[in-house]
Structures are given as structure tokens and as C-alpha cells.
Write a protein that binds this ligand. Structure first.
Ligand SMILES: Nc1ncnc2c1ncn2[C@@H]1O[C@H](COP(=O)(O)OP(=O)(O)OP(=O)(O)O)[C@@H](O)[C@H]1O
Length: 259
């Protein structure tokens, strides 16, 4: 049963058509990775999924209801957005950043209750960053900020977490640790949709890999169905998908094999 569904969605910025006839559905507990070159429309697609943009044609539905019929607080309870980790202008404590995830569950400007604080503490714990709770968001690393933003999404208790290039700017260790967290949270039944520029990240954690080019979908299926030809089409470079052990492949550019 699909949780979030796009049916022949098109979107333009002025005269520029950015998405053209996209159909896609994501089920509960899936981890869907979007791969595509710069400018292929990944962020625009994520923003349409979040209801931040409305399609010019076609529909986006959440649990069968058109997003346009859902009020913003309702949407916020159902979907969490994890933007690229950026520096906040204000030096909020990490605990307060995560507490912001409780906002859609509280009356407007209502105070946080004991239950909100318990949920925030649990989210910090699940992401392994309880020790950062009292630190300023401006004084933690990019990797730690990304974990804090995912903790905020967990505190929001949304059904779907949408992430735009979550590993962007992170060092190798933090990329791997972040992917491990996503995989563990997905095993608990959380639904993730994320864009990435790393085919290996999609292969490592996704249950669905969607490839895009020029605002259209090139392929959509389990990671095992992603092939070298498709990666060649979207990135316009030659790559190999090399089996490491049974059922595990990594993406290696052909240049590695050149003398
Ligand atoms: N606010 C905007 N106004 C006009 N055009 C825009 C706007 N935002 C994005 N675009 C254009 O829409 C197209 C798709 O952009 P989008 O950001 O969705 O791509 P992307 O796949 O996320 O790219 P990247 O991998 O570089 O982040 C691009 O051609 C971009 O220039």
C-alpha cells in the first residue's frame, strides 16, 4: 500500500519545465534513494513531496489524500524534512533544535510538556547524540548537526522523513555513521526518502533506487536492479557495478581500471 504517491506530476519554474510527468509511489517502511545529476530535479521533487511546491499538473497524495487538502500542521505531523546541515544564525542548544520537532504536536506557541521532553531525550538517545544536548548547534560539526536534524525528525514522529543530500559535506566516517543510523531507523519501520550524489549510498541503505535525468524518471526499482547502463545514462560517465560479496555491489568509475 503506497503511503506517498505522485501521479503524472509536472512542475515548471516560469517557462522552464523542471519535472515532466513523474509517477512514483513510496510505501511504509521503504527507504527510497533519488539519484540524478545536478539540475535533474531531485530537490524540486522532494519539495513537491513535502507540499512546499504544488504541481502544475498531476497529484501528490499522502495516504490517499491530495496534499493540497491537508493543512500545514497536519502535513508537518506526517512528514519531516531534514535539510542539508547548515549553520543556524542563532545558537540554539541541540536539545532545543530537536524540541522544535514537537511544534506540530503542540498548540501554537504552547510550552513543551514532560512528554515532549521525554520524546526529545529518546530521539537524542536513538541518534547517539545525548552528550551533545546542551551544546550550541553552531558549535558542533557538520556530521553532528546532520544527526541533530534527524533527531528532530524523529521527535516529530513523522511517518516519512525526507532528506536532501544528507551526507553532503560530511567526512567519510560521518557519512558511514549517518548511513548506519538511517539503516537502523528504517529497520524500526521509519520511511525515508533521500537524494544523494553517491550511488554507493543508495546501494548501501535503499530498498528502492529511483534515477532521474532532465526532470524525468529513468529507472525505479530495488537496488539489485540498478545497472551500469542506467548510471552511464544519468551521469554520462562509464562506471562498473562490482560485486563484493553475494548481493553486495559497489560502484567503481571506469577510470579506476585504466592504466
Ligand atoms: N527557484 C527556482 N527558480 C528557477 N529555477 C529553479 C529554481 N530552483 C531550481 N530551479 C531549476 O530547476 C532545475 C532542477 O533543480 P533542482 O534543484 O531540483 O535539481 P537537483 O537535481 O536537486 O540539483 P542538484 O543535484 O544540483 O542539487 C534546475 O535547472 C534549476 O536551475
Amino acid at each position: 500500500m503506497s503511503l506517498l504517491a505522485l501521479d503524472t506530476v509536472s512542475f515548471s519554474f516560469g517557462a522552464r519545465t523542471v519535472l515532466d510527468g513523474i509517477s512514483l509511489s513510496v510505501g511504509q517502511g521503504e527507504v527510497a534513494a533519488l539519484l540524478g545529476p545536478n539540475g535533474s530535479g531531485k530537490t524540486t521533487l522532494l519539495r513537491l513531496m513535502l507540499g512546499l511546491l504544488s504541481p502544475d499538473a498531476g497529484t501528490v497524495t499522502l495516504g490517499g489524500t491530495d496534499l493540497r487538502r491537508l493543512h500545514r500542521p497536519e502535513l508537518a505531523r506526517q512528514m519531516a524534512y531534514v535539510p542539508q546541515a547548515h549553520r543556524e544564525t542563532f545558537a540554539y542548544r541541540v536539545r532545543d533544535i530537536v524540541l522544535m520537532g514537537r511544534q506540530p504536536h503542540r498548540p501554537f506557541l504552547g510550552p513543551a510538556g514532560a512528554e515532549d521532553r521525554r520524546i526529545v531525550a529518546e530521539a537524542l538517545e536513538r541518534l547517539g547524540i545525548s552528550h551533545l544536548a546542551e551544546r550550541s548547534y553552531t558549535e558542533i560539526s557538520g556530521g553532528e548537526r546532520q544527526l541533530a536534524l534527524i533527531a528532530r525528525a524523529m521527535a516529530q514522529q513523522a511517518r516519512i522523513v525526507v532528506m536532501d543530500e544528507p551526507t553532503n559535506g560530511l567526512d567519510y566516517g560521518n557519512q558511514v555513521r549517518l548511513l548506519e543510523r538511517i539503516k537502523a531507523l528504517a529497520r524500526e519501520g521509519n520511511t525515508f526518502i533521500f537524494s544523494t550524489h553517491h550511488p554507493d549510498h543508495a546501494l548501501a541503505v535503499a530498498s528502492r533506487v529511483v534515477t532521474m535525468r532532465h526532470g524525468g524518471i529513468v529507472s525505479d526499482g530495488p537496488p539489485g536492479t540498478l545497472d551500469e547502463a542506467t548510471l552511464g545514462i544519468i551521469y554520462q560517465v562509464k562506471v562498473h557495478l562490482v560485486p563484493v560479496v553475494e548481493g553486495v555491489r559497489v560502484c567503481v568509475p571506469a577510470l579506476h581500471m585504466e592504466q
